[in-house]
Write a protein that binds this ligand. Sequence first.
Ligand SMILES: C[S@@+](CC[C@H](N)C(=O)[O-])C[C@H]1O[C@@H](n2cnc3c(N)ncnc32)[C@H](O)[C@@H]1O
Length: 268
Amino acid sequence: MKANTRRDNKLAFDEVADVYDSARPGIPPQLVTSLVRITHLAPGDSVLEVGAGTGQLTRPLRAAGPEVTALEPGDRLRALLAKHAADDPGITVTGGLFEDYTAPDASFSAVVSANAWQWVDPAVSYAKAADLLTEGGHLALVWNFPIVADPELQRALNEVLAEDYPDAVRDPATHLSGIETRAGEGRAELAASGRFEVPWWQFSTDTLTLTPDAYHDLLLSYANAAVLDDTARANLFLMVRSTLDVHGVDTVTMDNVLYAVVARKTDR
Ligand SMILES: C[S@@+](CC[C@H](N)C(=O)[O-])C[C@H]1O[C@@H](n2cnc3c(N)ncnc32)[C@H](O)[C@@H]1O
């Protein structure tokens, strides 16, 4: 994905850390297994994860073998991540922005990130990742974009979301093409860095099945939810709930579009 042009609310997720932890889907183990295979990661290899949140990629990645240094600047998110990883000495949790991160060159076999790379300054991100990678190391980036599977229900929800929480609106007609456009712009950014070979990339879709409460929490886990006050959140809950009731829905099925891109560091 192309880097966000405005990154001032990049730490907003920390305001909703508990909701984030319970509501955000993990990266599917099957996709993580593919990423491990494509990047030739072996058990014991060292990986740096940027913007680890509460471990949505960290945990399945660690389960696939490598040792993970998980960088997460949000204090509350990082505390939850550390709690989840407490029993695993193969996960090292550390704080700070990637822009400020320091480690010797060639420290990692892979630099990975889920749903976070767009928050890092692109003038820094690719060059720093390349410097941190061993010869032949890989940058592996993944994002997921859930949308309500029934377009009619998504459009009905859009009507109640548009005024107070426009960021949560998802247009079924342009959802995939919008992701493809931003993904292409992100690959152009990667190419312009001159530090990586032509990438492998893939779109896939899995299904999320959520209770109405879990759907509401998912909406609240996005960056701009932190600006909603308690009244706005309560209103959002009521409006979402009543729309689901009108449509006779007690389970929200979502198509979760996953985009992954992997690039090998260019040989010098
Ligand atoms: C949308 S969350 C993704 C969390 C998790 N990886 C996931 O897939 O759900 C973005 C994360 O990136 C972190 N973040 C934002 N800007 C960052 C930066 N410049 N360097 C490192 N992490 C950053 C945020 O604190 C947040 O946890």
